[in-house]
Write a protein of this length. Structure first.
Length: 262
């Protein structure tokens, strides 16, 4: 495509109306957030003299947690920048892997998943990631917990990501748990510790002697396995070698995905 002054499409610069508008170039990764009828790279918005760039971008349907660097004429600007007529704004997606501020002592981000992502939560726990999940928590409560515990709120609800009080969230791409997990691993590239968390409640497993739990085991399990772990939160017992091929493949695939993202 040919371009006119300041990088805008060539068909726009001759019209005096264009000079009264803000021109936004949306990176391909963010086009999915735009309505289908407006899903194109170049967007044009009339300035109102008061709206910030963050407000303008969100008015297009793009949640700010999904937005990375923004530039005007090559200079970096933030969401609080007030765009003027004739500005050409380039809006990029969050860089991958995304860097998340970590609490002291933590090696990986902690997550909180909304009510629609239960399977994804269990898969993250399988990989040793701290993934809180409740199947009955409303949106305001999710924001409160995410902020209080400095967890990245994972959701496919764009409206939830636009809540001003939320410290950090991420839109989960993909409709299947497989695709969702791959998207999250590519986005955050967290270090993995498979088989160290309870997939039921998110507790960290602790080694436990066979003699301490054998009365709770089926006879076949007692005869076959010797190494056990127990969740101190819910009491669930796990044993080495009890993993199905399906779970083993999830771990292998996740390990490859994280390795290729780093």
């Amino acid at each position: 495509m040919a371009h006119g002054p300041r990088g805008t499409p060539s068909g726009w610069h001759a019209d005096s109306v264009v000079e009264r508008d803000i021109h936004l170039r949306i990176t391909a990764e963010l086009l999915l957030f735009l309505p289908a009828s407006r899903r194109r790279e170049w967007q044009r918005v009339a300035p109102d003299g008061t709206s910030t760039l963050g407000h303008v971008v969100e008015s297009l349907g793009i949640p700010l947690p999904e937005v990375g660097p923004m530039t005007v004429d090559g200079a970096g600007v933030g969401p609080s920048y007030q765009p003027a007529a004739g500005d050409v704004v380039h809006v990029h997606a969050v860089p991958r892997p995304q860097q998340v501020p970590l609490e002291p002592g933590l090696l990986a981000p902690r997550f909180l998943l909304d009510v629609h992502l239960g399977t994804l939560a269990r898969r993250l726990r399988l990989l040793g990631l701290d993934a809180a999940y409740h199947n009955d928590m409303d949106d305001p409560s999710l924001v409160v917990q995410a902020n209080a515990e400095r967890r990245v709120l994972l959701t496919r609800d764009r409206g939830l990501l636009r809540r001003r009080a939320l410290w950090l969230g991420a839109y989960v791409r993909g409709s299947s748990p497989h695709d969702q997990l791959r998207d999250l691993l590519e986005r955050f590239a967290p270090p993995l510790r498979p088989w160290t968390r309870c997939t039921a409640c998110n507790g960290e497993l602790a080694p436990v002697g066979k003699h301490e739990v054998e009365r709770l085991l089926e006879a076949g399990t007692r005869r076959t396995y010797d190494a056990y772990g127990r969740c101190p939160e819910c009491g669930q017992i796990y044993w080495r070698g009890a993993h199905s091929e399906h779970l083993e493949e999830i771990v292998r695939s996740a390990t490859r995905a994280v390795g290729s993202s780093q």
